[in-house]
Design a protein around this ligand. Sequence first.
Ligand code: VG1
Ligand code: CO
Length: 564
Amino acid sequence: MDNSPLRVLTVPTFPYADQRPGTNGLRRKVHVFQSRRNYLHNFIQSIFSSIDLRDRQGSTVVVGGDGRFFNQTAIEVIVQMAAANGVGRLIVGHHGLMSTPACSCVIRKFKAIGGIILTASHNPAGPDGDLGIKFNTANGGPANDTVTNKIYQISRTIEEFAICPGLRLDLTTLGKQTFDLENKFKPFIVEIVDAVESYANLMRNIFDFAALKELLSGENHITIRLDAMHGVVGPYVKRILCEELGCPANSAVNCVPMEDFGGQCPDPNLIHAADLVDSMRDGEPDFGAAFDGDGDRNMILGKHGLFVSPSDSVAVIADNIFCIPYFQHRGVRGFARSMPTSAALDRVAKATKIELYETPTGWKFFGNLMDAGRLSLCGEESFGTSGDHIREKDGLWAALAWLSILATRRQSVEDILKYHWLKYGRNYYTRYDYENIDIDAACEMMEDLEIMIADKSFVKRRFAVEDKIYQVEKADNFEYTDPVDSSITRNQGLRINFSDGSRIIYRLSGTSSGGATVRIYLESYEKEHVFQETQVVLSPLATIAIKISQLHHRTGRTGPSVIT
Ligand code: VG1
Ligand code: CO
């Protein structure tokens, strides 16, 4: 065996203009990474270069991914580049796998300066699918805009990258591997870790596993069905729910991570997780949950597939927060939701006199509040829920939070949800997505809408649909001032608030890998009539939203691609 130190090379490259990270990382079609020379290398070098050399030298960085096609190839490159860029130690998931919440947990556990997660989340995978690169910082959360802007600026002028092409890593063996590099005194260390165990440990300290075990496998146990959608979270579900809490093996489905997620979109909603919904509709299970490709999203279902909307889910967890031992011990400092998420959480915050923060879309905005000790529980309408145990949304944590509520209250999901609506009233909520829209048409629509709602005469305007009349109370382009560091984030969605508490919000997605996705968020509050059909209640608002934006006319579409 050749024991001579590995060579570090500096390779010339030329920049790409389109490496601006979106809502959460850079997402592109796999073939973009395959066909554009050094496309991956450029972005990875830009990440490393964005970190001050003094912080980078000898530091620890975490690397993992959701197991999708091209992940392994990308991880090999990242490891070779980390070594060449002065990183001292890498913590890598076994077989290169690590869910996004586990990565957040591992960054914090090993005091790393950050982590690189190879995932395009719920986007489809495989040779024709997407690849994504998320970058998280030392607190375990997604990099903030200052950091991602810096990465983007570097990527626009990059001229070279550093790499150790001879470095060969064995991803299959747990434990330490060391590599000697030329001109380096200290060896470069890679530790292959069992991220499932680190994450399971964290969960044991948050929830009452004895109570959960009783609920799931005791004498009067309930039946559950969890769908990992062939994403990275399967082994976590198996280890925690089946091995530790005693659920029978058949209560966890699609738990083997696959490169193409079995050809499906690993997106936990009523459309893409239809198999779970169908199997629950006529089946036994009292509780169901599905997770996305990288394990940070969740969908919660009750018996017969009763859907708990994510906005309601976080509100119910907030109202029952002391069913979770972690919060009994630590207390509750604040609640937060992204702006388009329904105001159901606000009602709980008001009743419990706990501070409520409204942030832009994307998890990165919650991290600052948590680090400052001002936030304990938060959620997004896009199936994201979590606490301040890490700095990411956490799919499995959300399922365990709900199971903790069931264990304490010994009621069905349906009864808990109905009780909540009767207590607080109901925020009916839906989101329309128009995918793959021409980018120019989408931007033009947003510009025209902004001009329209900025006009003074727009406030007080009335819209009548059937027998309903909505009067505009306020309309703006959402802007966020971070209460911790006073940084301002502009242009976060157009919102129209009506006098009865209803809202229409328009936003362009920041996670699609091609074309534009227009999102329309619709919400109406009812104090008393809490058992109506969501789509029926919101249909007049949808009519107004489509009419004033002329969305169908502008795009030639006749309806949304997905309704959630
Ligand atoms: C979407 C969601 C947002 C979420 C983001 C990342 O962003 O709306 O709430 O935080 O995806 O989720 P956008 O810009 O497309 O609306 V994940 O599971 O990809 O980390
Ligand atoms: Co995700």
